[in-house]
Design a protein around this ligand. Structure first.
Ligand code: NAD
Ligand code: WQD
Length: 337
């Protein structure tokens, strides 16, 4: 039996394919390569020494999905495929709703048609908005979401919940990721954003490698110890292992489950900058800028539920995350080419 990984050539998907293969799972990937390259799949194969069955295509291609379900013996799906840039989603809402919502509906329908009713979905801490409390438990009420990207996550959580309610032979695990950073310790796969990065770690690594001049720190007047925003950064390999544990959970027919995947520890923007400097030995010049619209001051999770029910904890610390992000960027200054 194989696991269908949508978006498996992407940042989190490729790391998850590595961990799944390392655990002996058979993996089939579908990816349209809109934000990734086939080279990622080749590199995964080099890391694990195992071939990856790869279909280049779109999750909105129902015919291709039927072909995959007929040709492969799939029993579950990890659904990563989607567009994920918050700012871009504000300027291109139609593209985001179409790709993320319509594409996912076509995928879920194909799953139902082919009687594959086990799914793990990549959700996000963004669904909590400015959280009602920290550390955030899964019971924390969903908050106000200020961008179409985040809306697609909340909507897809609701859609999968409604599918489960209508037919409880489905098993649905909604994973709410906090802030994934880091890279595989081989330094061969990692995050490779197009253009100028929006997210903190890729921006820092591009400053470190000399592609960008200096980091802008968005606000130092928040009500936090050093005035900069606090996030729960999680190593992408820990996150990938959370998916492997979730696949095992699916075998118990759990019904509908929601888990936060984070370390439970908050770090400020300046903590990340200083830890990166320590881990890399490279200075990161920065300048304080005004606050970025939509940023929440403090966001970190309580990961107890994932520990108790998935037997999963994040093992790597911020130093590991910085060291691995740096190794990846230093070895691949221009990404996967
Ligand atoms: P990514 O862009 O690196 O990976 C997504 C992959 O999906 C890419 O390889 C892309 O080519 C593919 N894709 C997009 N639309 C597709 C479509 N219609 N058909 C087939 N393939 C398609 O992003 P990532 O960081 O690996 O994120 C993976 C998932 O996790 C996304 O759903 C994202 O929203 C979610 N997530 C990411 C973060 C984060 O900070 N990286 C946080 C929370 C949730
Ligand atoms: C982290 C901190 C910034 C860049 C985003 C999405 C979220 C999720 C994860 C998908 C913030 C500060 C950043 C820079 C800075 N993705 N920063 N200078 O905003 O917590 O979350 O990625 O689901 O939905 O919103 O992550 O890395 O953009 O920012 O000072 O150049 O770094 O203000 O405090 P964020 P981020």
């Amino acid at each position: 039996m194989a696991i269908l990984v949508t978006g498996g050539a992407g940042y989190i998907g490729s790391h998850t394919v590595v961990e799944l293969q390392n655990e002996g799972y058979e993996v089939v990937v579908i990816d349209n390569l809109v934000n990734s390259s086939k080279e990622a799949i080749r590199r995964v194969e080099t890391i694990t020494g195992k071939p990856v069955k790869f279909y280049e295509g779109d999750i909105s291609d129902a015919e291709l999905l039927d072909t995959i379900f007929k040709e492969e013996t799939i029993d579950s799906c990890i659904h990563f495929a989607g567009l994920k840039a918050v700012g871009e989603s504000i300027s291109k809402p139609l593209e985001y709703y179409s790709n993320n919502i319509s594409g996912s509906l076509i995928l879920f329908d194909a799953m139902r048609r082919n009687n594959v009713k086990n799914i793990i979905f990549s959700s996000s801490a963004t669904v909590y908005g400015d959280p009602a409390f920290v550390p955030i438990t899964e019971d924390c009420p969903l908050g106000e979401i200020t961008n179409p990207y985040g809306q697609t996550k909340a909507m897809l959580e609701q859609i999968l919940t409604d599918i489960y309610k209508s037919d409880n032979t489905w098993n649905v695990i909604l994973l709410r990721y906090f802030n994934p950073i880091g890279a595989h310790s081989s330094g061969t796969i990692g995050e490779n954003p197009n253009g100028i990065p929006n997210n903190l770690m890729p921006y820092i690594t591009q400053v470190a490698v000399g592609k960008l001049e200096k980091l802008g720190v968005f606000g130092d007047d928040y009500n936090t110890p050093d005035g900069t925003c606090i996030r729960d950064y999680i190593h992408v390999v820990d996150l990938a292992q959370g998916h492997v544990k979730s696949v095992a959970k699916l075998k118990e027919n759990p019904g509908l489950k929601i888990y936060n995947l984070g370390t439970g520890k908050g770090s400020s923007v300046l903590d990340v900058v200083h830890t990166f400097i320590e881990a890399s030995g490279v200075d990161i010049p920065y300048v304080i800028k005004s606050r970025r619209t939509g940023d929440v001051p403090v966001n970190y999770c309580d990961a107890t539920k994932a520990k108790e029910e998935l037997n999963w904890i994040a093992k790597k610390n911020l130093f590991d995350m910085c060291a691995d992000s740096w190794r990846w960027q230093k070895n691949n200054p221009n990404g996967m080419i």
